[in-house]
Design a protein around this ligand. Structure first.
Ligand code: FE2
Length: 457
């Protein structure tokens, strides 16, 4: 329209006028969009405090499945209400194709603890279901007898070796509800039959801030009601108290019902479980590390499982020089090599680095694969080290690990589900594992020199 009405002008003049008009049309469109976003120009909605968003109510929320015992015959569920619910209960039944299971279940009374959290206390309730049949589907709900959650479904583990699939994520930590939610949901859509989600520490940024836990639970939502969680604590779950001493946040043991089979005093942070031929071990890298080396050595000396996977927060092969943890490596790596641990899954460095099968220390051929990963939006710089087979910066990742017989298949995928790293490990009797690295597109996701000066959050 405009061009048709334009009077003849010299070329430059005409172009200037056109560009100027285009600019004004752009400004007009921008203003219209802003007006749509804010019905009254310049006015935003009133900010609702996070503590208010995530405050407890009489109805159950933060419902989460974990294990405190044998994954083949037990399951634990923990949830939160406000303090008006003093006695809580869970119901469980064998899952059926239709609704008739509702009349066949039985009730289990919950253990209730008070959780001191701004803007007021809440109650946290937990139940352990025992005597379950292996490799069987169950349904459960939680409540107070009058108000109930939805019925949620899960499957117990098989009693011996069987194909196993699980998801592993590094630090979620920051902007959890707004930025981590798509990552964990994409992980679930990629591996909906995953038996559990392993969290390698720093689930939140401030372990004593209740609303951050509210974000964490809300981001995964109902996934946590039917896929088990296996968390290990990071340094951000160890806030500094009024006495200037770092201590495990009070939220941890109350909201996660986990095994108490590690070192005394480190219950539910240092623990292990066997599931379908795989021994999963959580070490607490925040405290009493030397004692845990001896504990781990003893635990793995009598390990009948074909596969062993370790998780802890602080990597012993770091993705940045300034973050190298020599002391922890000296304490733990000889034990890891000695017992030929298959994989070590860590977080903390807010970048991605994955080793080949390592040659080990002290002359022992360990064959362990080490991973540092990050799932939330906080990103650091990476420093390339010879041990890294694959690396990434500024990339939110989750990993899907599938174990079947003598093979382990590993995939690392980005927040949008794109394959970023992959390999297969194969067991060789009496020798370290063999690795077959997938050939993946280059270049890797690495920052440009200028970008290294930018710290994202
Ligand atoms: Fe972190």
């Amino acid at each position: 329209m405009y061009i048709q009405r334009a009077v003849p002008l010299c070329w430059n003049g005409w172009r200037q006028m056109r560009e100027s008009r285009v600019r004004w049309i752009g400004v007009g469109i921008g203003a219209a969009l802003l007006a749509l976003a804010y019905p009254i120009a310049g006015q935003k909605g009133k900010k609702v405090e996070e503590a208010v968003i995530y405050q407890a109510a009489p109805l159950p929320d933060r419902i989460i499945l974990t294990w405190a015992g044998d994954p083949a015959t037990t399951a634990a569920v923990t949830w939160r209400t406000d303090t008006s619910v003093a006695s809580a209960v869970a119901e469980i039944a064998v899952a059926e194709d239709g609704p008739l299971f509702r009349t066949k279940g039985h009730a289990v009374n919950a253990h209730t603890e008070k959780l001191d959290a701004s803007p007021g206390a809440a109650n946290v309730h937990s139940v352990q279901f025992t005597g379950l049949q292996p490799d069987s589907q169950y349904v459960y709900r939680v409540g107070d007898g009058a108000n109930w959650s939805d019925w949620n479904q899960f499957r117990t583990a098989a009693s011996g070796p069987a194909p196993l699939e699980f998801i592993y994520v590094g630090d979620a930590q920051n902007d959890i509800y707004s930025m981590w939610s798509r990552l964990i949901r994409n992980g679930y859509t990629e591996a909906p039959k995953a038996r559990f989600i392993l969290h390698a520490g720093d689930l939140v940024n401030r372990g004593i801030v209740d609303s951050e836990w509210g974000e964490w639970h809300a981001a995964a939502g109902w996934i946590n009601r039917s896929v088990f969680s296996v968390p290990t604590p990071g340094n951000h779950e160890y806030p500094v108290g009024a006495d200037k001493v770092r201590k495990l946040t009070g939220h941890w043991r109350k909201q996660f019902t986990l095994p108490a089979n590690g070192l005394q005093g480190l219950e539910e942070t240092n623990y292990w479980m066997d599931i379908q031929g795989v021994r999963i071990v959580s070490l607490n890298s925040n405290e009493r590390q030397r004692e845990q080396a001896a504990w781990l050595d003893a635990l793995l000396s009598g390990n009948p499982q074909k596969w062993t996977i370790l998780t802890f927060h602080h990597p012993i092969l770091s993705t940045a020089k300034g973050r190298d943890n020599k002391e922890l490596r000296a304490m733990w790596q000889p034990v890891i090599d000695k017992h030929r641990v298959d994989m070590v899954l860590t977080g903390h460095d807010h970048t991605y680095g994955r080793s080949n099968v390592t040659s080990g220390t002290s002359g022992v051929q360990g064959g362990t694969v080490y991973v540092v990963s990050v799932s939330g939006p906080k990103m650091y710089n990476l420093e390339r080290e010879p041990w890294m087979q694959r690396a990434a910066e500024d990339t939110q990742l989750y990993q899907v690990i599938r174990i079947d017989g003598t093979q382990l298949r590993y995939e690392s995928r980005t927040a949008r589900g794109a394959l970023y790293d992959a390999f297969t490990l194969s067991k060789v009797k009496g020798k370290p594992n063999k690795i077959a690295n997938a050939s993946l597109p280059k270049p890797e996701h690495l920052r440009m020199a200028e970008e290294r000066k930018i710290s994202v959050k």
